[in-house]
Design a protein around this ligand. Structure first.
Ligand code: GLU
Length: 576
């Protein structure tokens, strides 16, 4: 009887009890347990005694106790929105035996393109009740230099997407494992230490010839390898190569390099400093890890197709079974730069403010702009794992996201590059109440306060509405009333004449509906768009929304509140 079964039965029973006011419903518990653990279908007599005893135990608890216990166990239940049943079956997948991994290089953060291998690896592990591993591929302290903050940021991105790794590994902790396999390969005669200069080696290999070191004795090779490991050889002076087919049609596969020296006294590794001098290349560490981590399925980009061929040598020489690999196409998004080097260069040159600059399609940037993780998951999931390029349009992402945030987002007025308007107001209405959300009256109203000084009221309107304010034009200021433009003052202030507050008439006569902000009761606002920053005023109550909430600025679109500093509210544009 596995612990997993017991835990699942307990978690399902608690969840069910809490849902039904403290009393678990046996039929639903059985159904859900079998849904999560389909391997027990047809083995009811095996699980019934457990279910019975757990139901008895849970029924004896108070609902508060049930809720507390559920909180601790809830994470083992599949999330309701994981939609794993929509995934097509994975070839060669066995229940409980699917082990997948996502293997980022911590020299950058995740972006939209990273989500595909990450999400599918995770979901397939969940679908088959297997295991999902995150493995940091950080064995290049020189050119793909890992940065300590990226490890954390990547984990933050993963968590933000609602993904929980079962295990996390760091390749930089595993060097002894790679050395061990390297020595075995030398002993078996499948690897050697090449001391050629790069041009010399290229010369040999382009002619399909062996370099002079290829046939040296095991003893010499082992000895040299130890020297490399002990830091006795200089960077670039020796490399461990895997013997392949010297006439392979792809020259990059001919005796490819597996481990090389990096002088960590010059290029210290952020996790292990100068402790190690020999570092595996991706094509070596990857199959070694996939093997020892018992990875059953690998989901990665098509750019790794040739690598698969290189890695196949390791599996063959070591007598290991390779995992089943799916190579999916790249993702591109118009104008959303997804190239690591372009982004890092852009940051250096000041084109981007940082990894979360709103022009970028990094997860950090999408998060800051107010995209919800589920919108990203839905878009990526819909695209599937096809090998061709997928172009994700911003409008697609916006459409998914709009559905998710529209209910949450309260409505407010913000005017950009404001223009002043003035009107005489005889009404005794000092407070204009407007619903926070048209569909949720219970959220109440926001109040725009009018300062009626000597019967005159000053307001601000959005610069973009300038063309509406031409003499004799009728319009409606939302919530306030119907007006006609009567003229301009010499300082440019627009003069309005109040007509009435008849909304039906305004609709019937198709008056433009214009938003506005009281001139004496507002807050400074900065709107951050991907390509520009715009300043203006917002209605005061906007400042009571929490940082991080989604709001809809009427007629401008959806925004995420980024911060309130020195009485100025900064909002990031999400989408229209
Ligand atoms: N670190 C590799 C990458 O980010 C992993 C590729 C793989 O999944 O094998 O592309």
């Amino acid at each position: 009887m596995s612990n997993k079964l017991n835990d699942i039965v307990l978690a399902v029973t608690l969840e069910n009890a809490v849902k039904y006011g403290g009393r678990p419903n046996k039929g639903s518990v059985i159904g859900k347990v079998l849904f999560i653990l389909p391997q027990y279908r047809g083995k009811l007599d095996e699980i019934m005694p457990i279910i019975d005893s757990v139901i008895k135990k849970v029924s004896g608890l108070s609902i508060e106790e049930q809720m507390t216990m559920l909180k601790q166990l809830e994470h083992i239940l599949p999330k309701k929105d994981e939609r794993i049943d929509e995934l097509p079956a994975l070839p060669y997948a066995e229940e409980g035996k699917v082990i997948t991994r996502f293997a980022p290089n911590p020299d950058f953060v995740l972006h939209l393109g990273s989500v595909r291998p990450l999400l599918f690896s995770y979901l397939y592990a969940r679908k088959y009740n297997g295991k999902f591993i995150v493995r940091f591929e950080d064995t290049d302290p020189r050119t793909k230099k890992p940065k300590i903050e990226y490890y954390d940021l990547i984990l933050k991105d993963i968590k933000w997407l609602g993904i929980r790794p079962d295990e996390i590994y760091y390749q930089s902790d595993r060097l002894e494992i790679y050395y061990d396999v390297a020595r075995k390969l030398i002993e078996k005669g499948y690897a050697y230490i090449c001391r050629c200069k790069p041009v010399e080696f290229k010369n040999y290999i382009s002619q399909g010839k062996a370099c002079p070191h290829r046939e040296e004795t095991t003893k010499i090779n082992l000895n040299l390898f130890d020297k490399m490991v002990n830091g006795e050889l200089l960077e670039g002076s020796a490399v461990l190569r895997i013997k392949t087919d010297l006439s392979h049609p792809n020259p990059s596969i001919r005796d490819w390099p597996a481990l090389r020296i990096i002088d960590t006294r010059k290029y210290p590794h952020p996790r292990s400093g100068s402790k190690y001098f020999v570092w595996p290349l991706y094509n070596f560490s990857c199959p070694v890890d996939d093997h020892f981590m018992k990875v059953s399925h690998v989901i990665r980009g098509v750019e790794h197709k040739v690598n698969e061929e290189k890695q196949a040598y390791i599996y063959r020489y070591m007598g290991w079974q390779p995992p089943y690999a799916i190579h999916h196409g790249r993702i591109s998004i118009p104008d959303g730069v997804l190239s690591k080097s372009k982004i890092l260069n852009g940051i250096k040159m000041g084109i981007y403010s940082g990894i979360d600059d709103p022009q970028l399609a990094t997860l950090a940037a999408l998060r800051r702009r107010g995209f919800k993780p589920d919108a990203i998951r839905n878009v990526i999931m819909r695209g599937g794992l096809k090998p061709s390029l997928s172009v994700i349009d911003w409008s697609l992402l916006a459409a998914e996201n709009r559905v998710l945030i529209d209910k949450e987002a309260n409505r407010y007025f913000v005017v950009r590059n404001p223009l002043k308007a003035i009107f005489r107001f005889n009404e005794d209405r000092h407070e204009i109440h407007i619903r926070k959300h048209p569909d949720f009256p219970d959220r109440g109203h926001r109040i725009l306060r009018l300062n009626i000084a000597n019967k005159y009221v000053n307001i601000f309107i959005d610069e973009g509405d300038k063309q509406v304010f031409i003499i004799d034009k009728k319009l409606r200021l939302i919530g306030l009333g119907n007006f006609i433009v009567s003229g301009y003052r010499s300082d440019g202030t627009i003069k309005l004449k109040y007509l009435d507050n008849d909304v039906a008439k305004a609709k019937r006569k198709r008056f433009p509906f214009i938003h506005w902000v009281p001139a004496d009761d507002n807050i400074d606002v900065e709107l951050v768009y991907p390509d520009r920053r715009v300043y203006g005023y917002g209605e005061k109550e906007l400042a009571y929304e929490h940082v991080d909430s989604a709001v809809q600025l009427e007629r401008l679109g959806y925004f995420r509140i980024d911060e309130l500093k020195n009485n100025k509210l900064v909002l990031f544009f999400t989408h229209n």
